[in-house]
Design a protein around this ligand. Structure first.
Ligand SMILES: Nc1ncnc2c1ncn2[C@@H]1O[C@H](COP(=O)(O)OP(=O)(O)O)[C@@H](O)[C@H]1O
Ligand SMILES: [Mg+2]
Length: 183
C-alpha cells in the first residue's frame, strides 16, 4: 500500500471510531476508560507494529467516568502518537495503564524515550510549543483543555537519565458517580 493510502486508511479509521463514540453520545456519557484505551491502541496498532514498539497493557477495570468519549479518545491518541515520535525504532516500549483509585480514575501512557528537553518541559501545554520539524505543538495544548473541561488533570513526569529515561503522562478524571452528583 502507498504511504498516502495508508494515511488515508488510518484517517478513515480514526474518523469512524471517533464518530462512533460521538454519534451515540452527543452528551457526556458513562464510559469504562478501559474500552477507550483499547480503542486508542487498536487505532494505532499498525503504526505501533511498524515502529516495532512493544505495548504493555495493565487494565484494572472497571474505571468508569462520565465523559465525551471521542474527546478522551483524541487525548489518548495524541499521547500515544507523541510516545511513538519519542521512541527509537526497535527498542521502544509503551505502557498504557488504566486504574481506579479512590474517587478518581486514571489513564497513564508511559514510554522509554529520551524524556523532555528542559526548554520545552515548562511550556508543554502552551500552544505551538514543539520540538519537531513538522510538529504543530497543538496536541498537548488541546489535550490539556479537553481534560480540564472534564474537571480532570493532565500531568506528566519524565527522566532523561541514561539507561532509564522516559516520559509518563497521566490523565485523572472524577469517578463516574461523583461527576454525576456534581452536575
Ligand atoms: N512522550 C514524549 N516524549 C518526549 N517528548 C514529548 C512527549 N510528548 C510530548 N513531547 C514534547 O512535547 C512537544 C509538544 O507536543 P504536542 O503538543 O503533541 O505537539 P507536537 O507533537 O506537534 O510537537 C513535542 O514536540 C515534544 O517535544
Ligand atoms: Mg503531538
Amino acid at each position: 500500500m502507498l504511504v498516502i493510502e495508508e494515511q488515508l486508511a488510518t484517517l478513515g479509521r480514526v474518523t469512524s471510531q471517533a464518530l462512533t463514540f460521538h454519534r451515540e453520545h452527543a452528551e457526556a456519557k458513562e464510559f469504562d476508560l478501559v474500552d477507550i484505551a483499547e480503542s486508542a491502541l487498536r487505532l494505532h496498532a499498525d503504526k505501533l507494529a511498524r515502529h516495532q514498539i512493544s505495548v504493555d497493557r495493565q487494565f484494572q477495570g472497571p474505571a468508569k467516568a462520565t465523559v465525551f468519549g471521542s474527546e478522551i479518545l483524541q487525548v489518548l491518541s495524541n499521547l500515544i502518537l507523541n510516545a511513538v515520535d519519542a521512541l527509537p525504532r526497535g527498542q521502544g516500549r509503551i505502557s498504557v495503564r488504566v486504574k481506579s483509585r479512590g474517587q478518581s480514575v486514571h489513564i497513564l501512557v508511559s514510554d522509554n524515550g529520551e524524556g523532555i528537553a528542559d526548554e520545552f518541559s515548562s511550556r508543554l501545554f502552551e500552544p505551538y510549543v514543539t520540538s519537531k520539524i513538522s510538529g504543530t505543538g497543538l496536541g498537548l495544548w488541546l489535550s490539556h483543555r479537553i481534560v480540564s473541561k472534564h474537571r480532570g488533570t493532565l500531568r506528566f513526569r519524565f527522566s532523561r537519565k541514561q539507561g532509564r529515561s522516559g516520559t509518563s503522562f497521566r490523565i485523572s478524571l472524577p469517578l463516574a458517580q461523583l461527576a454525576q452528583r456534581n452536575v
